[in-house]
Design a protein around this ligand. Structure first.
Ligand code: GLU
Length: 377
C-alpha cells in the first residue's frame, strides 16, 4: 500500500522503514544545553515504532550547537567553517552519547554513522552505506546519522540535514522521511502573513511550491529552513519516498502531529518509476554482463543476479558502476549497479557463490547485482 496520509508514516504495513530527522533547535536549548526531556519523549515514540515492527533511522543535528557552547564559540559555532567543524568535533560525542543512552533505556542499541555528501554521490560508497544500513537495521539497531562536519569541505557539505535525511532515505530504501521542524508544514506564503494557509498534501514539488518557501532557519541554531526542506522533498519524491514536515516542538511530536493530521505530506512518485529514473536516466552504463536462460528467468521473477548465471563480461567498469544485463539472445533485460569491478566479475562468472571467497581472496558480496539496485527493462 502506498503512503497517502500522514498517519501512514508510523504504520509498519505502509512504511516499514522510516527516517526521522531532528533539527538542532529541537535538540539543543537556547542555553546550549540538550533538551533531555523532549528528546526522551521522542525516543519513547521511536521505541514504540520499533515495537510495532517499523525500522527507524535517525538523522540528528545538534553537534555544532552543543559543541559551540562547550568551546565558547560565538554565533552558535556558525561564524566560520573552521568554527563549525571544531564545534561539531566536540558536540558530536555528546550528541551520540545522548541518543545511545536514551535508546538504551528502551533496550535499543544506537549506531553512529557520519556521512559526507561525497559518500552518497560515489556509487561504491553508496552501496556500502546501503549494505551497512541494512545490516544494522536487521540486527535491531537504530542508526543515528549526522553529517561528518569535521572532515567535509565547503563544496562537499550537505550543510543541512534535511537533504541528508532524504538521501539517507534513498540509500537505505526507506519508505518515508519525517522532518521534525519548528513549523507545522509548508504554508502558501510566509506563515507570519495574515491569511497564510498550510498545505496539507503536495503532489509534485513544482515551481509554484518553491515560490511558497521563504527560506532561512527561524531559530538561528540550525541551517535548514523551508528551502532546504523543499530540496529534501524533491530528492524524496524522485526516489519514490514520502516525506512529511511536522512541528517537532510539542512533547511527543510524532503522535501530536499524526494524531491531529497536522503537517505537510509530499507524496512520492511511483517507486518503480522513480527507481527506473534514477538507475536508467542518470547513470551512464559502463559495461554489460551476459547471462544464461536460467538467470534470465530468475531475474524476471525478481531475484538478484548471481555470478553462477553469468556467461560473459564486457567493458571496464568498477564496483558501483551501472551495467546492462543481456540475455542469451543479446536483448537487454535489466540495468543495475555492479557489486564487483569488471575483472572480478570475469573471475567469479559461472561459479557458485560458495567458491567466491577462495577465488577473490576476500568475503564475497551476496550477489553480482542486488535486486534492490536493479531495474528490469
Ligand atoms: N550537521 C549539523 C550539526 O550537527 C547540523 C546541520 C543542520 O543544521 O541541518 O550541528
Amino acid at each position: 500500500m502506498k503512503i497517502s496520509q500522514l498517519a501512514h508514516l508510523t504504520d509498519a504495513a505502509t512504511c516499514s522503514r522510516l527516517v526521522v530527522k531532528v533539527g538542532s533547535a529541537l535538540l539543543v536549548g537556547k542555553d546550549g544545553q540538550p533538551r533531555r526531556e523532549w528528546l526522551a519523549a521522542l525516543v519513547a515514540e521511536i521505541a514504540a515504532m520499533r515495537a510495532r515492527g517499523q525500522e527507524v533511522i535517525v538523522v540528528s543535528s545538534g553537534a555544532i550547537a552543543l559543541g559551540a557552547r562547550k568551546l565558547g564559540l560565538a554565533k552558535g559555532g556558525r561564524g566560520s567553517l573552521s568554527d563549525a567543524q571544531a564545534a561539531a568535533a566536540v558536540g558530536q560525542i555528546a550528541l551520540a552519547g545522548l541518543w545511545a543512552e536514551l535508546l538504551a533505556g528502551h533496550g535499543i542499541t544506537a549506531a553512529q554513522v557520519l556521512l559526507t555528501l561525497e559518500d552518497l554521490e560515489d556509487r561504491r560508497r553508496y552501496l556500502n552505506v546501503t549494505a551497512t544500513m541494512g545490516t544494522l537495521l536487521a540486527a535491531g539497531a537504530v542508526p543515528v546519522i549526522n553529517e561528518n562536519d569535521t572532515v567535509a569541505t565547503q563544496e562537499i557539505r550537505f550543510g543541512d540535514n534535511d537533504r541528508l535525511a532524504a538521501r539517507v532515505g534513498q540509500a537505505a530504501g526507506a519508505k518515508g522521511v519525517l522532518l521534525l521542524s519548528d513549523i507545522d508544514g509548508l504554508y502558501d506564503r510566509d506563515p507570519r502573513q495574515p491569511g497564510a494557509v498550510r498545505i496539507p498534501v503536495v503532489k509534485g514539488v513544482t515551481p509554484e511550491i518553491h515560490a511558497m518557501a521563504t527560506g532561512g532557519s527561524s531559530s538561528g541554531l540550525g541551517s535548514g529552513g523551508m528551502t532546504s526542506k523543499l530540496q529534501a522533498a524533491e530528492i524524496a519524491e524522485m526516489a519514490g519516498i514520502a516525506l512529511a514536515i511536522i512541528d517537532g516542538q510539542p512533547l511527543s511530536p510524532v503522535q501530536a502531529a499524526l494524531g491531529a493530521d497536522r503537517g505537510t505530506l509530499f507524496l512520492p512518485r511511483g517507486r518503480k518509476q522513480a527507481r527506473k529514473a534514477w538507475l536508467g536516466g542518470k547513470l551512464r552504463v559502463r559495461g554489460a554482463v551476459h547471462v544464461d536462460a536460467g538467470a534470465a528467468a530468475a531475474l524476471a521473477k525478481g531475484s538478484s543476479l548471481l555470478a553462477a548465471g553469468v556467461t560473459a563480461v564486457d567493458g571496464d567498469f568498477r564496483r558501483g558502476d551501472a551495467v546492462e544485463v543481456q540475455g542469451p539472445d543479446g536483448a537487454t533485460l535489466a540495468r543495475g549497479l555492479s557489486e564487483y569491478d569488471a575483472a572480478e566479475c570475469a573471475r567469479v562468472m559461472g561459479r557458485q557463490s560458495a567458491e567466491h571467497e577462495e577465488i577473490l581472496g576476500y568475503a564475497p558480496r551476496s550477489a553480482l547485482i542486488h535486486r534492490d539496485q536493479m531495474v528490469l527493462i
